[in-house]
Design a protein around this ligand. Structure first.
Ligand SMILES: NC(=O)c1ccc[n+]([C@@H]2O[C@H](COP(=O)([O-])OP(=O)(O)OC[C@H]3O[C@@H](n4cnc5c(N)ncnc54)[C@H](OP(=O)(O)O)[C@@H]3O)[C@@H](O)[C@H]2O)c1
Length: 265
């Protein structure tokens, strides 16, 4: 016998298997949303089991979002529910640390596929679906790195700058369709992110002071539910940095970031 169709709202969260995405998914679960929770690794299923403890239905989807087929797999999982999608959190992403002269080109092109292409691809499905229903909320994870050049993660910052401007543009377009778009811009946050980027031998490595991923997720969740355009995720110092970046020359910001992100010999 099929399980009865849930009357709860439905949220899609990409990158829900770890880090900020997991904490965002947990907030939706706590607030009574059923979830489609995506990840790439085999922790995706365990994360779904943990999230379901909040008394909601959680569908895990394992897919590589750097591949167009992976994005389609995720969207098919949404369509399979036959339910309207109330919230979409486009959060999966990664960085690559190291000197551009040394880093691997294919890896960097795959980063663009994930951080840029997959966001546009999935947003196309989500936006058309939500506009047809005349309701919905979209949270797109960008970064404080969208506000500066990011030497020694030279491809990452621009990928998040794209995400930010894409989200703000989409917000303006979707307003008249009853769909709200919010951008989350976390500062450095305690997750797997910097280790996975190979940045443990930088000022962002082990022992660095970082924002709590739970706090960042809570701020993103609240901003989304309040329909805000964007929110800098993190403590007061992180928010001050975002403000200062508005008035600093890009060249100065680049030099400061290089000092922090350059691998130590
Ligand atoms: N942490 C920070 O300092 C920081 C700062 C600013 C912005 N952000 C942004 O926040 C977002 C989340 O990062 P995080 O800190 O939570 O990092 P994280 O702990 O490394 O988690 C990344 C999530 O994205 C998923 N993912 C990575 N590559 C994927 C791929 N190719 N296909 C599908 N899913 C993939 C991971 O899945 P698996 O674990 O299953 O592989 C994981 O669920 C990213 O977009 C990042 O740019 C992070």
């Amino acid at each position: 016998m099929n399980s009865p169709v849930s009357a709860k709202p439905l949220a899609l969260v990409t990158g829900a298997s770890a880090g900020i995405g997991y904490e965002l998914a947990a907030l939706f679960a706590i607030n009574g949303f059923d979830l489609i929770a995506t990840g790439r690794s085999d922790t995706t299923e365990q994360a779904a089991v943990d999230l379901a403890r909040h008394g909601v239905q959680v569908t895990p989807v394992r897919a590589d979002l750097a591949q167009a087929e992976g994005v389609e797999t995720v969207w098919q999982a949404v369509e399979k529910t036959g339910r309207p999608l109330d919230v979409a959190v486009l959060n999966a992403g990664r960085s690559i640390g190291g000197a551009f002269l040394d880093t691997d080109l294919d890896d960097e092109l795959a980063l663009i596929d994930l951080n840029v292409t997959s966001v546009v691809h999935l947003a196309k499905h989500v936006a058309r679906h939500m506009a047809a229903n005349a309701r919905g909320r979209i949270l797109i994870t960008s970064s404080l790195s969208a506000t500066l050049p990011t030497p020694y993660e030279t491809v990452y910052g621009p990928s998040r700058a794209f995400t930010r401007m894409f989200a703000l543009g989409l917000r303006e377009e979707l307003k008249e369709h009853g769909v709200s778009v919010t951008t989350l811009m976390p500062g450095a946050t305690d997750s797997e992110f910097h280790a996975r980027a190979g940045m443990n031998n930088t000022a962002f490595g082990t022992g660095a002071k970082k924002n709590s991923r739970k706090d960042v997720a809570r701020q993103g969740f609240l901003a989304l539910m309040e329909g805000k355009a964007e929110i800098v995720g993190g403590d007061a110092a992180t928010k001050r940095t975002a403000l200062k970046h508005r008035f600093m020359p890009e060249t100065l910001k680049a030099a400061r970031h290089a000092r922090k992100a350059k691998p130590r010999p």
